[in-house]
Write a protein that binds this ligand. Sequence first.
Ligand SMILES: NC(=O)c1ccc[n+]([C@@H]2O[C@H](COP(=O)([O-])OP(=O)(O)OC[C@H]3O[C@@H](n4cnc5c(N)ncnc54)[C@H](O)[C@@H]3O)[C@@H](O)[C@H]2O)c1
Length: 327
Amino acid sequence: MHVLLTGVAGFIGYHCAQRLLKDGHAVTGIDNLNSYYDVKLKEARLARLQGHKDFRFVKQDISVPGLPRILEHEAGNGVTHVLHLAAQAGVRHSLENPRAYLDSNLAGPLGILEYARANKMTHVVYASSSSVYGGNTKTPFSVKDPVEHPVSLYAATKRGGELMAETYAHLFAIPLTGLRFFTVYGPWGRPDMAAYLFCRKIIDNAPIPVFNHGDMQRDFTYIDDIVDGVMGALARAPKAGDGKAPHNIYNLGNAHPEKLTDFIAGIERCLGKKAAYDFKPMQPGDVPVTSADITESTRDFGFQPRVNIAEGLERFVAWFREYHKVA
Ligand SMILES: NC(=O)c1ccc[n+]([C@@H]2O[C@H](COP(=O)([O-])OP(=O)(O)OC[C@H]3O[C@@H](n4cnc5c(N)ncnc54)[C@H](O)[C@@H]3O)[C@@H](O)[C@H]2O)c1
């Protein structure tokens, strides 16, 4: 395969590119290296990919008009698959900077779909999010559940991406697969996410803000399990049939939700240091529980999370110490 991978300097994109290259595929990576979080971390990830003979990086914003032509020129003719991971992530930031979500998460995917349409891609796999389940109270969250109540603009744009994908699969028979990721963590992770934030605070002796007074659960999923799921999905392009467009959506989660306070306790154990808690009320846009039903992803491409929280946190904290040169 030759994969056009958007968001390649991001957390999940970097790990997926590593795996694709290791498995002998070619990767053309796209990213605009925006400053939502420390650009040095994005550059450090990229530096580990550059130099690989089958990797090429193109610095490009995917939300610009005329993207299909730009990508055709930049990526050349050999691209067979698209792995679209670029997005403006983060639920809380969408309250402060809504426009970034419109650009990266709606205009961006539209350009990718148009590229796939013009270049007859074998398969396009794209990132969605557990946040589309929004205010749902039935757990675990199943891909069969209604997703009519996003509680943040981030979630609404991710759901919008799924709906656009359904339309393009229907109109132009482009095989498309959407993956709803559940709170991914691991080495080279995002500084705005729980594992990283908590680790930093504990090391700095700063109190950890714990929302909903600690009554939160997340289906924390280790990055290697997510990469396994993405690879499984990429290899299985959906087919049209029975009046259905060639478009499937799957959950990729650990299927084992953890209390936030237990997750923090896991980091404390790895660091050998206690956290200070700053209990706070629920934040607007947040949800108290995420929990994945992975029946369909297990059935269709053998998705099976393997890394438990204790092991995953140990690997994350080891990376954090090394990257930040913390003793
Ligand atoms: N990490 C998680 O827990 C999680 C959970 C659910 C869904 N997701 C989704 O998975 C995908 C990857 O997430 P991540 O955690 O790796 O995030 P990330 O922020 O680390 O990576 C996204 C990358 O996309 C790039 N990007 C953003 N807008 C762009 C644009 N307009 N043009 C070009 N590049 C752009 C960013 O610079 C960044 O490097 C995203 O679509 C995200 O919404 C992630």
